[in-house]
Design a protein around this ligand. Structure first.
Ligand SMILES: [Zn+2]
Length: 194
């Protein structure tokens, strides 16, 4: 199976950043998710897992183009042989904290994969930040009508890795421990899936 890694947003995307914290630190989502995606990519290569970064540019690549790239690979090697992960950080009102995983509406293979991610994240993030689940349809992922999940042919999930506008979540994200934790959630989940 080929793992396709998507990091949304670009250096030119408005918003999508944490506040500037009193200690001078700030998280830019486009930069952070590229760093995590390339760490995940390097780890997967070490484990012999076929993987590809969908967005190598630092500018914003529209969802239509990202979906086109994913679908071109799906058509080349087969939908069943691809799995897309879109890596993000969440933002809300500054108070919300935690980790979420999203799939497109309805039940599919994506939901099974999302559950593997959710269980891994729960083990890694316990005592650090809340796990945010939506059990209304019987599994922990959120069913969301997101373009990158809707427009792509293969199984796909989107991870919202903590809230960058919450100071505690953001401090953790930016720490070496936090970066390793977020990377490990993705790598360990993929290895379990395979
Ligand atoms: Zn995002």
């Amino acid at each position: 199976m080929k793992i396709l890694l998507d990091n949304g947003h670009g250096e030119n995307t408005a918003g999508k950043r944490s506040p500037l914290w009193p200690d001078g630190s700030q998280l830019f989502e486009w930069f952070y998710t590229r760093e995590i995606a390339s760490r995940v990519y390097s780890e997967l290569i070490k484990f012999g897992v076929d993987s590809e970064l969908i967005v190598r540019e630092s500018i914003d690549v529209p969802i239509r183009e990202r979906a086109r790239r994913v679908n071109a690979i799906c058509k080349e090697i087969g939908i069943r042989n691809c799995f897309l992960i879109s890596i993000h950080c969440n933002a809300s009102n500054g108070k919300a904290r935690g980790w979420e995983v999203h799939t497109y509406l309805g039940q599919s293979k994506s939901d099974d994969y999302a559950t593997v991610f959710w269980n891994t994240a729960r083990d890694i993030l316990k005592d650090i930040t809340p796990m945010r689940a939506d059990f209304s349809d019987g599994d922990p992922d959120w069913d969301t009508n997101l373009g990158i999940l809707r427009e792509t042919l293969c199984p796909a999930i989107l991870t919202e890795n903590l809230f960058m506008d919450n100071q505690e979540d953001c401090r953790f994200l930016l720490s070496p421990t936090g970066k390793k934790a977020i990377t490990d959630i993705h790598v360990q989940s993929i290895l379990k899936m395979l």
